[in-house]
Design a protein around this ligand. Structure first.
Ligand SMILES: Cc1cc2nc3c(=O)[nH]c(=O)nc-3n(C[C@H](O)[C@H](O)[C@H](O)COP(=O)(O)O)c2cc1C
Length: 200
């Protein structure tokens, strides 16, 4: 886990990297967007392959507590310290990668930790997504976008949307000019409170 901050601002970003390979397209695109954040905005980068979480075990309806591993504790703290959470996941099978999905599964456990007030504390913060896909038509990433939007809505969070890029081989996203241009202003977007489609 690395932290990069110059001068403090009232926002701090947690970038959660969920590719299964190092130096992938999704990280390249996320870093291009992060490079445009105002100077001094704290950024923490977590590569989920380097801080591996065991498979999530659903103990929500069991009595008593279950052991919390060091990695889980570190990620929970990093999550609660950030105002903005950026899920940087390649498109895998039209959805989130297993690494990022597993990280989000842990949120379901954190919702039930007595005294943590996870949902109340995350409400009003902002969820973002960055994804790269091999398919040229970006519409096929709708499943991932919907998953993040609905997760933000459930949590009472804001949703900044998903920065999309195209590429297959590592580094190929750099050739997607449209994505690299979008990256420049991605974090300047409006971040409305997320809503489920049935809500007004
Ligand atoms: C397990 C797996 C599943 C994938 N599923 C899709 C998919 O559903 N749609 C798609 O367009 N590309 C798919 N791809 C291609 C990746 O999205 C693409 O190579 C992307 O650039 C990987 O990002 P990364 O370099 O950050 O890992 C898949 C790749 C892998 C390894």
């Amino acid at each position: 886990m690395t932290t990069d901050s110059a001068t403090p601002t009232d926002r701090s970003f947690l970038f959660v990297l969920g590719s299964s390979r190092p130096d992938g397209n999704t990280e390249i695109l996320a870093r291009a967007a992060a490079g445009q954040l105002p100077a001094g905005t704290p950024q923490r980068w977590v590569d989920l392959t380097k801080v591996p979480l065991p498979d999530f075990q659903d103990g929500r309806h069991e009595s008593g507590s279950w052991p919390v591993g060091e990695t889980e504790e570190e990620l929970r703290r990093a999550t609660l310290e950030a105002t903005d959470i950026v899920i940087a996941s390649p498109l895998y099978w039209y959805s989130l990668s297993a690494h990022t999905k597993r990280y989000l599964d842990y949120w379901a456990g954190w919702l039930r930790v007595p005294g943590l007030d996870f949902k109340q504390r995350m409400a009003g913060r902002t969820l973002w997504g960055v994804t790269v896909l091999a398919h040229e038509e970006e519409v096929v990433a709708d499943g991932l976008v919907t998953s993040l939007n609905h997760s933000a809505a459930y949590m009472g969070m804001r949703f900044g949307g998903v920065l999309l890029g195209n590429g297959s081989r590592p580094g190929q996203v750099r050739d997607d000019e449209r994505a690299m241009v979008r990256a420049k202003t991605f974090f300047e977007r409006e971040t409305p409170l997320a809503r489920f489609p049935y809500e007004a």
